[in-house]
Design a protein around this ligand. Structure first.
Ligand code: X5A
Ligand code: ZN
Length: 675
């Protein structure tokens, strides 16, 4: 199925607003929807999506989560006058009712269910519903925090009931804790609820102890409620990414959901008056793309909060772009989480240790504060001497950020990050004629490489090249170089080539540097010999994963990972993507990723396909896959094209291999920032 993205927007949900001056909750206003939709139109994103219609949810659906008494109470508001509405609203915490609220709440829920239906019936792969009122604060018999019916919680129950979904992951990236959702699924191991939220040691609304990291779920649901409390405002892209790499993604892979629902609040984005956080809009493209390989791509994003119209709308657009499969813009600025975020993450890992395999063999302690190193020094300065500790304090944005200055900031920021995607996504060379998806790719002609050309590339570094050149290598390079040309000229986004020579990865990296790339990430799976000059070249970061006994020596730009067992390190490999590869790579900022897959490495094609998908968050999706085994090509190609992926067959981790990673991380901290 082609990448199809559903979009739900309907004017009806604009038909309610705050009718009085006090108490105020005027930030939840109709313009939130129209501003988001206008921006989607402005960027030409609406027409690229499949429009889905809304409907009113029926009572039976509302009752999946809410009590009949509560439903009747809400229903009674349609005929209330202002005084009565105000009095009714005061029964609850931070919510207002309008005569149209009930209708809009039914449409918001109906819209959410329509999206879930479309995804689970295969009409779309993924999608976004722009709805209001939001939902995640409301629970059984209570409206709360602008929310009336819990759209996402009901959608999860609905997906189970109507579509038989067995495991559902809810990712709540709103800045507030969706306590309503937590309470709904506290004892339910089939719905995993993940939420990060501004907490500030309970000083932040809704001020509940239940929002802290030690609320892990109850009874059979223990381990299936994951809270990351942010104890400071001002969290940035790096903090959110760290939460994904070190907590959410390994848990999500282990959980293996059949559907993902996102409670997508954008009050976590920069400029929001409620959240006071600092994540930039393109961060949400990263978060979205990182979730897309899971659940067979079935990802339903449902709007919750988000009160700075500019920030909200740009972030919504970034989310939709990622859903559509557009390349994600690189994150600007340093990728260094702050100590407070690291502390929260450590605590979450500690309390969840009994429930998740990836934590089983790690030492995780509550509340341990350690200064962390960071990786800087690629842009100027001496990389060796410029190790710096994590940021201690977060800057909380001031009022001026939210005004005219803010618009100017966003104008210039968006200019920096908006990309033009290459017209063609995937190119291939030397892959044979029998592939299924051939019609979706550009077949690139091989060219003849002369000994002289190869010689230059070889001696470019340390001059320790072995001559005479093998005929084989020349043939391989003849396929690889034209692909790199196309990628570097932005004619295609990514590419794949089959060739048998082991050293072609190194030559490919050298060629990319000569073609103008300033940093290349070279990832090798299986045996390979890396010449010393490449190991020391700061322009090539080499990550080498293999499973033979001889341990190789680590240096700053050459990182060997020697797995303890000969095969079936699928789980360990994938885990190392979250634990090491992505954290390093985000700091390194490669302009091209080269992934070399050796033959007979004992890893399943689907695992490498997941890895390939995840690596596409880097370098604007510019990745070249060099496969020594031709039987992997079909699967890897579909990942490059952007097809939905089936699940990895196991996320098993071996104790010995986890220890390899733990040890490696210790070593790496000398050179790089790592959690
Ligand atoms: C959905 C949402 C926020 C309520 C804030 C109340 N609600 N102070 O973001
Ligand atoms: Zn919120």
């Amino acid at each position: 199925m082609a990448l199809r993205t559903g979009l739900i927007y309907n004017e009806q949900m604009k038909n309610y607003s705050l009718l009085w001056d006090f108490p105020v909750c005027s930030i939840e206003k109709p313009e939130r929807l129209s501003a988001s939709h206008e921006k989607l139109k402005y960027y030409g994103l609406v027409e690229r999506c499949i429009p889905l219609t809304v409907r009113e949810a029926i009572e039976e659906e509302i009752l999946l989560v809410h009590s009949l008494d509560y439903l009747e109470a809400v229903k009674s508001t349609v005929s209330m006058n202002i005084e009565e509405l105000k009095a009714f609203s005061c029964n609850y915490d931070d919510v207002y009712f309008h005569p149209n609220s009930y209708h809009c709440a039914k449409v918001a829920l109906g819209a959410t269910l329509q999206l879930v239906d479309a995804a689970l019936l295969g009409k779309v792969r993924n999608g976004m519903a722009l709805v209001r009122p939001p939902g995640h604060h409301s629970h059984k018999s209570e409206a709360c925090g602008f929310c009336i019916f819990n759209n996402v919680a009901i959608a999860a129950k609905y997906a189970k009931r109507k579509h038989g979904a067995k495991r559902i992951l809810i990712v709540d990236w709103d800045v507030h804790h969706g306590q309503g959702t937590q309470y709904t699924f506290e004892e339910d191991p089939t719905v995993l609820y993940f939420s990060w939220h501004r907490y500030e040691n309970q000083q932040f609304w809704p001020n509940l102890r239940d929002s802290d990291y030690n609320a892990i779920g109850k009874g059979k649901g223990a381990g299936f409620n994951v809270n990351i409390p942010w104890n400071k405002a001002g969290m940035e892209n790096a903090d959110y990414l760290a939460a994904f790499f070190y907590v959410l993604l390994p848990i999500a892979y282990e959980f293996n959901p059949e559907l993902i629902l996102v409670s997508a609040g954008y009050d976590t984005a920069i400029g929001d008056p409620e959240g006071e956080m600092c994540a930039t809009p393109e961060c949400f493209a990263h978060l979205t793309q990182l979730l897309m390989p899971l659940a067979n791509g079935k990802l339903c994003v449902v709007l919750e909060g988000g009160y700075n119209l500019r920030s909200l709308s740009e972030s919504v657009c970034m989310t939709v772009r990622a859903l559509l499969g557009d390349p994600v813009p690189p994150l600007v600025g340093e990728i260094v989480p702050c100590i407070s975020a690291i502390e929260s993450i450590q605590n979450v890992k500690a309390v969840h240790q009994p429930y998740w395999k990836f934590l089983k063999y790690q030492d995780v302690l509550i509340n341990e504060t350690q200064p962390k190193k960071q990786n800087i020094g690629f842009e100027g300065g001496d990389p060796e001497s410029s190790t710096v500790t994590s940021k201690e304090e977060k800057k909380v944005p001031t009022d001026s950020d939210v005004s005219k200055d803010f618009e100017e900031f966003m104008d210039s920021h968006m200019k920096k990050v908006l990309l033009l995607a290459p017209a063609i996504r995937t190119a291939l060379a030397g892959c044979g004629e029998k592939l299924n998806k051939l019609d979706q790719c550009l077949q690139v002609e091989e060219r003849k490489i002369t000994i002289e050309e190869a010689e230059i590339l070889c001696s470019g570094g340390g001059g320790d090249c072995v001559f005479p050149m093998l005929e084989d290598l020349l043939l391989s390079l003849g396929k690889i170089f034209p692909l790199i040309d196309k990628i570097m000229k932005r004619e295609v986004r990514n590419g794949i080539v089959v060739c048998s020579t082991q050293s072609s990865g190194v030559s490919a990296a050298r060629y990319a540097l000569r073609s103008g790339a300033s940093r290349v990430l070279l990832l090798l799976l299986g045996e390979a010999d890396i010449p010393i000059d490449v190991k020391e070249d700061e322009k090539v970061l080499v990550l080498h994963m293999y499973s033979k006994q001889d341990e190789k020596k680590l240096s700053k730009y050459y990182i060997p990972v020697c797995w303890k067992e000969d095969n079936k390190w699928d789980g360990d490999l994938l885990y190392s993507v979250f634990e090491i590869i992505l954290p390093l790579a985000y700091g390194y900022r490669p302009e091209l990723v080269i992934l070399v897959v050796g033959s007979n490495i004992g890893i399943q094609a689907i695992t490498i396909a997941h890895m390939t998908h995840l690596l596409q968050v880097l370098a604007q999706g510019r990745i070249l896959v060099i496969s020594q085994a031709s039987d992997l090509v079909e699967t890897l190609l579909s990942s490059l094209i952007g097809d939905a992926l089936s699940a990895v067959s196991s996320f098993d981790l071996k104790q010995e291999n986890t220890q390899v990673l733990v040890k490696l991380r210790q070593e790496l901290k000398k050179h790089w920032w790592l959690l």
